[in-house]
Each structure stands twice: as C-alpha cells, then as structure tokens.
Design a protein around this ligand. Sequence first.
Ligand code: ACO
Ligand code: ZN
Length: 281
Amino acid sequence: TQCISEISRVKNLNRLIIGKHEVEAWYFSPYPPAFAHAETVYICEFCFSYFISARQLERHCMHCTLLHPPGNEIYRQDDLSFYEIDGRKQKLYCRNLCLISKCFLDHKTLYYDVDPFLFYVMTVTDEHGSHVIGYFSKEKESMDQYNLACILTLPQYQRKGYGRLLIAFSYELSKAEGKLGSPEKPLSDLGLLSYRAFWSETLVEKLINFKGEVSIEELSHMTSFTTQDILHTLQSIDALKYYRGQHIICLNDSVIEGYYKSLKKNRRTINPQALQWKPPH
Ligand code: ACO
Ligand code: ZN
C-alpha cells in the first residue's frame, strides 16, 4: 500500500494549458482522479476551472463571463492591478488557484482549507481582459508575524521581475497595517532566492539614499522587514562590521556598484499611492 500511495503522489499531470500558454507541471497536484493520468489539463485563465479536453474548455469559455479575478481591485497602476479575494467568500476560485499553485510548489499542503486566507492576485490588463500573472496568499491572522503564506508567479511569466512586485506588495500591506512581516517558512529554493534578492536590494537602496546614521530598528520601521531578516541580509552581503568597539553597517564597493547597475534595468515598482486599502479586521 505504501507503494501505491507513493506512486499516486508522483507528479500526476504533464501539461497545463492556461489561456494561450502551455506549461509543464513541476510537482504533484491533487486534481480529481479523472485528471490523474491526463496528459494535459485545460484551464480557464479567468476562473481557473479545469477540463479534460480543449473542446470542453472552449464550451466553458462561451459562457464564462469573468474577465478579471473576483473580489476588490485594491491597486491599479498603468496596466497592473491587484485584487483582494477572501478565501471564505470565493472558495471555488481560491481552491482552483491553489490547485494550479501546487503544480509548482513541492512542500505546501494548503489546497482545500482556503477560508483562513486572503488571496492577492496580480493581473496585467489588455483588450482581452485582466490576465493573472501571479498571486500570494496571506493568513487573515498570523501568530508568527507571517505576512505571506504562499507566492507564485505563473511559469510563463517568471524571471521578469513580477515576483519582486508581489513581494514588494506584501510589504506595502504590512506597512499599511503598521506591522512587521516575513514569509512563511520553509521557503522553496526559488522563494529564498527571490526574497534574498528583494531584501538586499531594498536595504541597499535605503542605506545609499539615507543621509546620516541608521539603526537596524529604523530600517525595520522603514521597510516592515523583521530585524532578523535584516540582520541575515546584511550579513549575507557582508555589510555588518565591527569597528573601534562598535557594530556598524557599511556597504562594499561591489554592493554599491551592483545597486547602480540594477537602476539601469529600469524595473517596475509598486507605487504606494496607488494602493486603495484599509487593513481588514
Ligand atoms: N534562478 C536564479 N535566481 C532567481 C530565479 C532563478 N530561477 N528566480 C528568481 N531569482 C532571483 C533573482 O535574483 C531575480 O532577480 P533578477 O531576475 O533580476 O536576477 C529575483 O529572484 C526576482 O526574480 P523575479 O523575476 O521577480 O521572480 P519571479 O517572478 O520569477 O518569481 C517566484 C519568483 C515567485 C519564487 C517563482 O520562482 C515561483 O513562482 N516559483 C514556484 C513557486 C515557489 O517556489 N514559490 C515560493 C515558495 S516559498 C513561499 O511560498 C513562502
Ligand atoms: Zn472560466
């Protein structure tokens, strides 16, 4: 029996078709048994309903009226939007999203109990509708100071800076709440790479642009990062020095150079002014 259960947990689908994109699943996801051996799962890119054939999906699309995620649009800047969706109110949508998400996450167990979470879904809008790029979930109440439970950029949009925007947005929410936050542990390899990059870029930017002395607590206050995440990050870029009997923060030339190089990439950022949101209570 052990053998059977192990087999059933092996990656069970090969391909997902989401809108006009075709992607390979990375891990097992608990789609219903009828899909377990399907070579391809056809997914409606707006409501995330799933089908076993292209024909079934086509038929669905003739009736599906959704052109953007359900829930409140709480952020809009140019073509980029965020929607806040309550897992309790939009159970099916959130479960369907978790099923997709599990295809790219090895260690998360969240699929069915979506009630305790809010989902922040990021879209890019064109003349056909608002296309989901990625999302993160967040516990309505976290005992552990977590401000993000699960994050995903759909594979077709990865490595374009969207993960950074999702992470930045999660900290904007924490700032609006007046709280510190950190992502739920353990992080995946890709999660850790993305967070490390985000934390160090943000801190280096603050340190370069801040005139005068600044403490870890002040950095924490400015960014909503926990002091632990700040200390780890500063250590990892070798910015914590001990000088004449005092701990100081000091950036190497290579780190500073890296910062000016990254400015040239002209990345999209989150504009805090475009957030229309009050912390839910
Ligand atoms: N290889 C090396 N570095 C990477 C990679 C990679 N594959 N992916 C991200 N990074 C680092 C880079 O420094 C990158 O900056 P750069 O492109 O300027 O070099 C930085 O992270 C940010 O990259 P983005 O393009 O903003 O991130 P992306 O949109 O690809 O999303 C994410 C990152 C969400 C982690 C994505 O890889 C993903 O969805 N992975 C599958 C699901 C997952 O593992 N989620 C995290 C689980 S942990 C948790 O949920 C709390
Ligand atoms: Zn649909």
